[in-house]
Write a protein that binds this ligand. Sequence first.
Ligand code: NDP
Length: 419
Amino acid sequence: MVLAAVLWCGDPMSAVPLKNDQPAHDGVRSVSVLGATGSIGDSTLDLIRAAPDKYRVEALTGNANIAGLAKLAKEFNARFVAVADPARLGELRAALAGTDIGCGAGESALIEAAARPADWVMAAISGAAGLKPALAAVDRGATVALANKECLVCAGDFFMSRAVAANARILPADSEHNALYQALASGNRHELLRVIITASGGPFRTWAAEDIEQATLAQALKHPNWSMGQKITIDSASMMNKGLEVIEASYLFALSPDEIDVLVHPQSIVHGLVEFADHSVVAQLGAPDMRIPIAHCLGWPDRIPGRAARLDLASIGQLTFEAPDFVRFPGLRLAYDALRTGNGATTVYNAANEVAVAAFIAGKIRFGAIARLVEDTMNGWVRAGNLAPLGSADDAIAVDHSARKMAATLLPQIAAKAS
Ligand code: NDP
């Protein structure tokens, strides 16, 4: 992979500013929430709701949940709302009747929502659909709390370079990356040995491979610690989510795959650790509640009052750790392969996984076939000679679309094959 264009987060020129290089934020902060109707959107708005004198909502976006979006728009008196599906504009207008809230539908409306002048933007649309709206916020130099990991997985180098060029600030909202972000501030690039991302291990952590193969949707959706959207919950069960996070960490902090380790930690209390040259290991801990990393981003560079439960280690008693199992959870191994391959391979990994998860939800493939479809698509992509550097968002989106097509073509044979 190419890391030359991406500056380490400790570099003064990086888009991920490690030190508090800004004055404390006084007055009202204008905010937009992309993916407002989702799980991250809900946690973000919960924090905003608790401090109405500190925030003003500029724009909110959603996809299918028009009623929920309109309700939030009225509650927070948003200036503009957007939904992804152009066919649903009439429905959205009707739901907002009697207000002066502006609205739009379709990709251009999502981009408009992100481009409107908010100081701070939460990028929490799920999937590759979040890339262009997030870039619209980046391009106007906003402070972007990045929850949507697909932006980096699909277009990592390019996304970060655009942020540097536009003087945008990227604040990692994903809990593990936010933890690393906080811990990395304890040292410098040349002192770093490695970062460690923790993983709960998901509902199948102790299951035999044959049982994981046959796991049902209901079983995959039972995350032991976190309450999240459906796609990311399934990704946690397959550990594809951890794979996406390894890739995300690599691009965010300009780290090579060898500098990123994964550690299974079933209690989800330690979210990320950084080991320095003197063998000091600095970790961030907190209850498994996304309002903690989101509050860190929302208040940045200050700390704001938390809304999640405070950590009571005495009542938790024990924290345990295990090495990840790359055999029972091949999705994690494939993420490292994709990262080392570079040239669009991480985009293919993500696209094939999105197709596979949708097929699993629709009952078309077994749980164990998710990783097989991703692996076959990645292999097919390399065999077809399709690897090439991504120079633009359109390149990344073109790879995403072609990889989805390839995955969809491979799907019937994967579905037919027993493990
Ligand atoms: P959800 O599924 O709960 O919410 C997704 C949001 O995106 C909703 O507002 C949804 O609208 C909207 N959306 C879905 N599809 C589209 C589309 N095609 N175009 C525009 N908007 C769309 O997801 P999460 O909140 O769980 O996750 C959001 C992102 O944050 C993901 O990238 C995830 O990986 C990442 N993340 C999530 C964490 C979590 O704890 N949930 C933790 C760390 C990262 P609607 O509701 O109307 O369908």
